[in-house]
Design a protein around this ligand. Sequence first.
Ligand SMILES: C=C1C[C@]23C[C@H]1CC[C@H]2[C@]1(C)CCC[C@@](C)(C(=O)O)[C@H]1[C@@H]3C(=O)O
Ligand SMILES: O=C(O)CCC(=O)C(=O)O
Ligand SMILES: [Fe+2]
Length: 376
Amino acid sequence: MMINGGPNPADLPFDLSLFQNNHSRGLPEEFVWPHKDLAPPHAPVPPLDMPLIDLGGFLSGDEGETSRAIELMRAACMTHGFFLVTGHGVDRSLVDMAHDAADCIFRMPMSRKMGMRRKQGSFWGYSVAHSDRFSSNLPWKETFSFGFGQSGRTEGGNREIVDYFTNVVGTDVEHLGLAYQKYCEAMKEVGLAIMELIAMSLGLEKGYYRRIFEKGSSIMRCNYYPPCERQELTLGTGPHCDPTSLTILHQDQVGGLQVFVDGKWQAVMPPRDAFVVNVGDTLMAMTNGMYKSCLHRAVVNRVKERRSLVFFMCPSEDQLISPPPHLLRLDTDHIGRKYPDFKWSQLLNFTQSHYRADVSTLQSFIQTLPSPPATP
Ligand SMILES: C=C1C[C@]23C[C@H]1CC[C@H]2[C@]1(C)CCC[C@@](C)(C(=O)O)[C@H]1[C@@H]3C(=O)O
Ligand SMILES: O=C(O)CCC(=O)C(=O)O
Ligand SMILES: [Fe+2]
């Protein structure tokens, strides 16, 4: 259920640490998810068959390696939209710095975190369990989110994240802002390289998607999942498809990300230096449904805390989401349009205003769009 008009009645956040290891308190009912969404307690969760794609060959101009990467990407995107990338050129130290920066944020006293909480209608800021937005099926997590590329410019020298940190979190954490400024610049580079491979894998000109996402404005989110004694009753992130375009995720070594493929939940194992990449609803619409945005969720651990860093690559808000004509034609056969045109801002606002992202966000959103005029 969604809360209209502001924070929960007591205006007090849930302090997850008070519940995580305390049998006597039990799990607050707001965090108990319906049976259908939970992991069947004894069912094995097999690892998802997803390719490990080395971007190194493509980035250094090796044609054979590039063709191989394209093939693997195409196969993964047509089945479930999840793959792993290595050889991306992002330093391990930068990834560690971004995880450490998230630790600094989440370890701050609750009073300080509440001072930077996400305001109604905004995407940016800190949230505990989204309890200001929803009153049931609360996710067992804390999140901290901010934007990247709001002005359409992200080249070196841009300080939008640094400024956000110093203005909203405090002048003492400029270094954390700098870490994320660098991390997001690196994620954008990786994302644009993947967009080139995706375009080529669809037989489009290499720069087709790159041009769209170069001027995009993305969302960075840090997730902290505390341990939960009653982990079998709750979820860290509920089942959803990302409404965004391309997600580049780095998780620690605990594991918990799962994807629903072939009628069962399957685990995404966390290799140390790989990023997990997945197609979101918007890219699915931009490929006329050829590339799949797939249901996934994050389960929590009974004893270990877990962290993930998620870069949601998005186009600019006014970008019209429409597939290239090339994808509507296979030789002489015409393929029907799977989705009507929409602007990214419309879908983004839909997820934030009167809706909670769930198993069929894109379909539910499309039903809110006016039907196109009938063709004579
Ligand atoms: C546009 C977005 C909405 C969410 C953050 C980004 C991309 C994924 C969405 C989300 C993670 C899907 C699951 C539910 C959600 C509420 C969450 O658990 O965080 C979603 C995000 C959100 O609305 O904050
Ligand atoms: O933390 C994770 O592994 C998954 C998070 C996720 O799916 C999301 O934030 O969209
Ligand atoms: Fe997701």
